[in-house]
Design a protein around this ligand. Structure first.
Ligand code: PMP
Length: 397
């Protein structure tokens, strides 16, 4: 990543040395015909690459299947939908500020301490709280080579410098992460499973990483896809056992509530206290809180989504592999398909779009020869295989 100037460094500005346009000086500045002070963002903000969400439209195609944002093709639990509609009856009332109902539901279902849970407008907001609270100019935020792009973005917003550690065949490498830590490192982010690779590393490796960190550095285990993994607590036990580990989770993936923006984190008490000072008082909407609480309590529905995802994910990966398109074993709700080169990946993407199938290009993640495909429903998976089979035959002819 590019190094950015720290917040403490004076900004280069055409108006440097001229008086600010504050009340008493406006008249004089304007009388003299000076240009007004240029409105300039904080250092480094203009260098931030815009986050590109998954496309949802293809010009000239009426019916699309969106497989570009890792959404749940089955949608949310009917109980979550009903809770949302009920909450819509009192839109004039501010939401709960302490999120007590949702935190209690999460705590009960996961066997966690509700006082160590915080809720955010998606886990994106929690990532942002952490960077704002713990990293600033001169500090480093470490993440793995093909890690989620909101880590460097949130680090740069905070004025900190994002740093990457190399991966081994698209798997996070704990030794490289440990080697990347220095006295300036404040946060280390590891998504497990990771987006966009779909791979994960054992909890023992995460424990080794947490143990190796200096006192002033937090490990953040991003569990956006943890619910898709068998016998995995997302890192919760590690959070409970240590005071330098945070786990983030989301309602956007298996719970099918991406449009409502609800995420949460489990963290040591001192980190919860710090994040609550950064958090806006009404950061999650009332319908979002109500739907997320009902979704969390409907674990039968979660289990059915998990089973459907595993079935079609593994089928899709095997079928594409049979067509000469391999992918690493994914533990999430998407697969990262490898093509011989960037041109082939781009041609396949263009080909699928013609038929309204929108997948995700991941060149921005350092994976230009790959496409990330969300596991859709049966029809979507069969369509992908059908059109990729045609593509491969045409490509080989
Ligand atoms: N972490 C990872 C690894 C993700 O893939 C995503 C969603 N793309 C998020 C966090 C953020 O999810 P949300 O803000 O919707 O909770």
């Amino acid at each position: 990543m590019q190094e950015v100037a720290g917040r403490g460094v004076p900004r280069a500005n055409a108006n440097a040395g001229k008086p600010f346009c504050k009340a008493l000086e406006v008249a004089r500045t304007c009388e003299q015909g000076d240009e007004p002070m240029a409105i300039t963002p904080q250092p480094g903000i203009s260098d931030i690459a815009l986050y590109q969400g998954g496309d949802a439209h293809v010009d000239g195609v009426n019916r699309v299947i969106k497989l570009s944002s890792n959404e749940n093709p089955l949608g949310p639990s009917p109980l979550a939908r009903a809770a949302y509609l009920e909450a819509a009856g009192s839109m004039e009332v501010y939401p709960s500020s302490d999120h007590a109902g949702l935190r209690a539901a999460i705590a009960e279902v996961h066997g966690l301490d509700a006082d160590r849970i915080i809720c955010g407008a998606g886990s994106d907001e929690i990532i942002s709280f952490l960077c704002t609270a713990y990293a600033g100019p001169g500090d480093e935020v470490l993440y793995s080579e093909h890690g989620f792009l909101m880590y460097p973005i949130s680090a740069q917003v905070a004025g900190a410098t994002p740093v990457t550690a190399r991966e081994t065949s698209r798997h996070a490498n704990v030794d490289a992460l440990i080697a990347g830590v220095n006295p300036d490192t404040r946060l280390v982010f590891v998504a497990n499973p990771n987006n966009p690779t779909g791979t994960m590393i054992p909890v023992d490796d995460l424990a080794r990483l947490a143990e190796a960190l200096p006192d002033e550095c937090l490990l953040v285990i991003d569990g956006a896809y943890a619910e898709y993994v068998d016998d995995y607590d997302g890192g919760a036990a590690l959070v409970a056992a240590r005071d330098n580990v945070v786990m983030t989770r989301t309602f956007s993936k298996i719970f099918g509530l991406g449009g409502l923006r609800v995420g949460w984190a489990y963290a040591p008490g001192h980190v919860i206290d710090t994040m609550n000072r950064v958090r806006g008082p009404f950061n999650v909407s009332a319908p979002g809180l109500a739907a997320a609480e009902a979704a969390m309590r409907d674990q039968d529905y979660v289990a059915s989504c998990k089973a459907a995802n595993a079935r079609w994910r593994d089928w899709l990966a095997a079928e594409l592999d049979g067509l000469g398109l391999p992918s690493d074993r994914s533990l999430a709700n998407f697969i990262l398909v490898q093509f011989p080169d960037e041109d082939a990946a781009k041609a396949a993407d263009d080909w699928l779009r013609k038929f309204g199938l929108i997948v995700r290009r991941v060149a921005g993640y350092g994976l230009p020869h790959c496409l990330r495909i969300t596991v859709g429903d049966e029809d979507a998976c069969r369509s992908i295989v059908k059109f990729m089979s045609e593509f491969q035959k045409g490509a080989r002819a």
